[in-house]
Design a binder for this molecule. Structure first.
Ligand code: ADE
Length: 254
């Protein structure tokens, strides 16, 4: 069994990459570096996809076809869409929709043409294991806990004392959502949506097409509103490097 781990940007998985880089073989395919090796006895291939649905899809296909991965986890940041989802919370996607897909009047809005699907679902076993890893990261006292990995001043500055775990619908599109109007439109069109990002539903489609179990783990960096650009950048540099990495290390080492 080989696990593929994808993030869009280096900061989104920085601590894990730092730990693994020296011990892994590197391969470059399609202008991306794939880090292949073992983490806690588990064969893994780590890769940075860059941003957006095309980048994520191409990366997924390479992982499946060239590296033979049989499970994929995508991780990184997302903007909160639901009023219940706050900066610092964790979202594990159970269903996924491409909110910018619109081939009307040929196909119903949001339906992926010729696949006949608006929503894709992730793997329940991977999701359950990620919840365990997330809980250990948030509540544990081990080496890979939030308390150990992030300086206290950043925990306080970003209000990360009560991070919640959510499971549900993730939206993806080739758009950074950064205005009150745009996030309201998503909320109106998808009353159940938890958060929005730019890759998850593309990974979901490719994994559906190849029959590969997958999961998407997101950390909320902003509320997709007028301050989202500023909030995202600050969170990306100050908090993101440890959160997905810490959760995945708990997941891999348990
Ligand atoms: N990733 C993190 N925040 C986001 C936002 N507001 N829109 C799209 N992708 C994001």
């Amino acid at each position: 069994m080989t696990l593929g781990i994808i993030a869009a940007l280096p900061q989104e998985i920085a601590d894990l990459l730092k730990l693994m880089k020296g011990q892994m073989q590197t391969h470059t395919v399609g202008m991306r570096t794939f880090y292949q090796g073992k983490i806690g006895g588990q064969s893994c291939v780590l890769v940075l996809a860059r941003v957006g649905k095309v980048a994520a899809s191409a990366t997924c296909v390479t992982l499946i076809q060239k590296f033979g991965v049989d499970r994929i986890i995508f991780t990184g940041l997302a903007g909160g869409v639901s009023a219940e989802v706050n900066v610092g919370d964790i979202v594990i996607g159970t269903s996924f929709c491409q909110h910018d897909m619109n081939a009307e009047p040929l196909f119903p809005r949001y339906e992926i043409p010729l696949l006949g699907k608006q929503y894709f679902v992730s793997d329940s076993e991977l999701n359950a294991a990620l919840i365990v890893g997330t809980t250990q990261f948030l509540q544990g006292e081990g080496q890979y806990s939030l308390q150990r990995m992030l300086p206290k001043e950043n925990i306080d500055l970003f209000g990360l004392t009560n991070m919640k775990i959510h499971q549900g619908l993730i939206l993806s599109g080739d758009q950074f959502i950064g205005s009150a109007e745009a996030v309201l439109e998503l909320r109106n069109n998808f009353p159940d949506a938890l958060c929005t990002e730019m890759e998850g539903a593309a990974v979901a489609q490719v994994c559906y097409e190849y029959g590969t179990p997958f999961a998407v783990l997101r950390v909320i960096s902003d509320k997709a509103n007028n301050s989202a650009g500023y909030d995202f950048t600050r969170f990306l540099n100050e908090v993101a490097p440890v959160v997905s990495s810490g959760i995945l290390l708990n997941f891999l080492l348990s």
